[in-house]
Design a binder for this molecule. Structure first.
Ligand code: FES
Length: 147
């Protein structure tokens, strides 16, 4: 049994400890906001927060994160949208939307570390891939969320 915390709830997964966190979240906890894109750590669609850091959940096993605190897009903000989500909506950033949960998780982790990131810092921190090419609007929105 592997135990840690997801969205402030204790979880115990009776799964192979080598199971990627992505699949435990999606298949065992039905937290399907965390997306599968590449499965190789490249796209960032599966990004979640583990102990305050943006992590690609396809690249970490549940056995490796025993005792940690995981936050998914579903648990990012309780009562209303997170400021990053509000800025993305205000700037009409999303197109197909598939990459957005992972981007929001990466951006929220960035803004906890840097309160007013510049374009270069945003580009370095948000390496998530978007096939719709939202990057210019995304950068503007993250800067707006920081203010
Ligand atoms: Fe994890 Fe692409 S699905 S980085």
């Amino acid at each position: 049994m592997t135990r840690f915390t997801v969205n402030n709830q204790p979880v115990a997964y009776d799964m192979d400890p080598e199971t990627p966190l992505l699949w435990a979240l999606r298949d065992a906890s039905n937290l399907t906001g965390t997306k599968y894109g590449c499965g190789t750590g490249e796209c960032g669609a599966c990004t979640v927060d583990i102990d305050g850091k943006a992590v690609r959940s396809c690249q970490v096993t549940i056995g490796a994160i025993e005792g940690t605190f995981v936050t998914t897009i579903e648990g990012l903000s309780r009562d209303r949208s997170h400021p990053v989500q509000q800025a993305l909506i205000a700037s009409n950033v999303s197109q197909c939307g598939y990459c957005i949960p992972g981007i929001v998780m990466a951006a929220s982790a960035l803004l906890r570390e840097k309160h007013d990131p510049g374009e270069t810092e945003i580009a370095e921190a948000i390496s998530n891939l978007c096939r719709c090419g939202i990057y210019p609007r995304l950068t503007d929105a993250i800067r707006r969320a920081a203010r």
